[in-house]
Write a protein that binds this ligand. Structure first.
Ligand code: 5GP
Length: 220
């Protein structure tokens, strides 16, 4: 296996090239694809750990699931310009720390960001060389089936998530790559090729598929 400690990375462009942002509508299978990538390259890639003011739940540990900060620490870091993006969700604050992700790159890792479309736009604005990847289910019917199968949401919530999916997919037109998660093995290989491979998947094909699925949602 390649030594993960590579040459020191200095400028925004060089840092951004090591950043891979993955977003998806709920139910598209993003978590599985990201986990497969991490399992295949345990020494070469790390997930960006977000900062939050929410209290740890259950077994959550500081520096593992999140960096747990007090509100004053959070505001201080935000004032100091450490946050690439931040948001308030259900009364708690969340943010991506610039120093954390740059430290990962300086240690030789590629960094995987699991953020929504708004967060992805901000990361791309700060690091234009970052690669944005959007994962979609092969059809509206399949996304609906997966959401039902998870049995985590009631019918009203499933409808809400399907409605959100359309808005997210429209915004995903700015993404560099679209992965249609039809077959999980194939989709995992595509993500691997984007992050680690020399032969990248066809961008235009992904875009056509995205437009096809958006049209399907709009005609629903
Ligand atoms: P939870 O508290 O359940 O772990 O996360 C609540 C919400 O916060 C999720 O919707 C998650 O996507 C969002 N979130 C987690 N980390 C970040 C972050 O770094 N930035 C932003 N903008 N949202 C985040």
């Amino acid at each position: 296996m390649k030594n993960p400690v590579e040459t020191a990375v200095v400028n925004t462009d060089e840092i951004g090239k090591r950043f891979f942002v993955v977003s998806a509508p709920s139910g598209a299978g993003k978590t599985t694809l990201c986990q497969n990538l991490l399992d295949r390259h345990p020494d070469a890639i790390r997930v960006s750990i977000s900062c939050t003011t929410r209290k740890p739940r259950g077994e959550e540990r500081d520096g593992v699931e999140y960096f747990f900060l007090s509100k004053s620490e959070f505001f201080e870091r935000r004032e100091a310009g450490d946050f690439l993006e931040w948001a308030q969700v259900h009364g708690n604050y969340y943010a991506t720390s610039r120093s954390h992700v740059e430290d990962l790159v300086s240690r030789g890792y590629r960094v995987l960001f699991d953020v929504d479309v708004q967060g992805a736009e901000k990361i791309k604005a700060a690091y234009p060389a970052a690669t944005l990847v959007f994962v979609i289910a092969p059809s509206r019917a399949e996304l609906e089936r997966r959401l039902r199968e998870r049995k985590t949401d009631d019918p009203v919530e499933i409808e809400r998530r399907l409605g959100n999916a359309l808005g997210e997919m429209v915004l995903a037109r700015i993404y560099d790559y679209i992965i249609v998660n039809d077959d999980v093995v194939e989709a995992s290989e595509k993500l691997d090729a984007i992050v680690f491979g020399d032969a990248k998947p066809d961008r235009e094909d992904g875009r056509r598929q995205l437009d096809r699925i958006i049209a399907e949602f709009e005609n629903e």
